[in-house]
Design a protein around this ligand. Structure first.
Ligand SMILES: [Zn+2]
Length: 78
């Protein structure tokens, strides 16, 4: 799976151009109708049961590309 470092949430997927880029939610999520709609549209991505550090913050539903928030001083790999 492709992973990119980004300074902020991309408006469209830099890899395939898909809109919208989804925000990944970790942890126990209550699946409401609204949440389900957002998952279907790609605006929300379910990330898994546990959060942590070094996890992607956003992802593209279309191509599976994941985006790390580049908020550290580490080199930006684009
Ligand atoms: Zn994509």
């Amino acid at each position: 799976m492709k992973r990119l470092n980004v300074a902020e949430m991309p408006e469209a997927c830099p890899s395939c151009g898909f809109v919208p880029v989804g925000t990944i939610y970790y942890g126990e999520i209550e699946i409401s109708d609204r949440f389900q709609e957002e998952v279907l549209s790609g605006r929300t991505i379910i990330g898994g049961p546990c959060g942590g550090t070094n996890l992607p913050k956003w992802a593209c539903k279309n191509c599976g590309c994941e985006f790390m928030h580049d908020e550290d001083d580490e080199a930006c790999i684009m």
